[in-house]
Write a protein that binds this ligand. Structure first.
Ligand code: HH2
Length: 283
């Protein structure tokens, strides 16, 4: 059976593109994390700075104020899920790790704060290095590539080499093509269609398509109504080799991936289907 993991999104921000303000109270965010884990998330990704197109940077002190109570609260629950800190800043990551996070999700792949690589190395953390063209404020202004998949692949290989040179163990690194980060609709679809080329780098690939605007461009749906589109992209990405799925809606994606994984495996152990009908027909 294909092994994969769901990373549930816990945004503690007033301005995230799809759930901004919904969990800006720490208690609500912790309760949300508990729910995502109960639905199947093996990682909860806590973020205090929106990276939506046009977003302004958040000062360290403010980001810390947002994320720390949530990381502490989730760690105190002992849910058995790993806690990821979605940040590009070493001081934020360091405080979150002290509070219980074990995974650093950096959408700048250690470019914003190269010292973050040292923290990941010294503390033996897992990390996700993501591709982004430009920076959130400007990244959606006419992004261009020679060949989007080759360009993203070369970038991720270079960032992996940087992390390893900084002392990060290669087996701790996940790579992410950065769906929606400096990409137009055609770029996003081509990355998903040719995801196997990114997988070929040899590290587990993370995909974050959840509720993103390219789904709205195809379906005409608002952010909260893009769950079916999200499930479709996750299933296709699984088939092409992705292994971590960063999503807001864990339950429906977990179902979609379970069915896809069983299909890819060529079956599902029948003993796990406890239906009375089946019991009667076998006796
Ligand atoms: N997407 C977002 C944020 N962090 N991290 C990774 N590794 N991959 C992604 O695709 C990714 C990410 C954007 O989504 P969201 O957190 O919902 O929105 P916002 O940045 O507005 O808070």
């Amino acid at each position: 059976m294909v092994r994969y993991e769901l990373m549930g999104v816990v945004n503690v921000t007033p301005d995230s593109f799809s759930d901004g303000g919904a969990f800006s109270d720490a208690a609500a965010a912790v309760a949300h994390a508990r729910r995502l884990v109960s639905e199947g998330a093996g990682i909860v990704d806590v973020g205090g700075e929106s990276t939506r197109p046009g977003a302004d940077p958040v000062p360290v002190a403010e980001e810390l104020e947002r994320v720390l109570p949530v990381v502490e609260g989730v760690a105190a629950l002992g849910l058995g899920a790993r806690i990821s800190i979605d940040t590009m800043k070493r001081p934020v990551a360091e405080a979150a790790v002290d509070a219980g996070a074990g995974y650093v999700n950096d959408v700048t792949a250690f470019r914003h704060d190269p010292d973050l690589a040292g923290l990941v190395a010294d503390r033996g953390l897992d990390c996700c290095l993501m591709h982004m063209l430009g920076e959130p404020r400007t990244m959606q202004r006419d992004p261009r590539y020679d060949d989007v998949v080759s360009d993203v692949k070369a970038f991720l290989e270079e960032r992996l080499a940087f992390a390893v040179a900084a002392g990060v163990a290669e087996e701790r690194v996940h790579l992410d093509p950065g769906i929606g980060f400096g990409k137009n609709l055609a770029h996003n679809l081509e990355l998903l269609r040719r995801l196997d080329e990114i997988v070929a780098i040899g590290r587990p690939v993370v995909v974050g398509t959840s509720r993103k605007s390219f789904l709205g461009k195809i379906t005409g749906r608002e952010a909260g109504e893009r769950v079916p589109g999200t499930v479709a992209t996750c299933v296709m990405a699984l088939e092409r080799g992705a292994r971590v799925f960063r999503v807001h809606d864990v339950a429906p994606v977990a179902d979609g991936l379970a069915v896809a994984a069983a299909t890819l495996a060529g079956g599902w152990p029948e003993t796990t289907i406890p239906t009375p009908t089946r019991t009667r027909t076998t006796t």
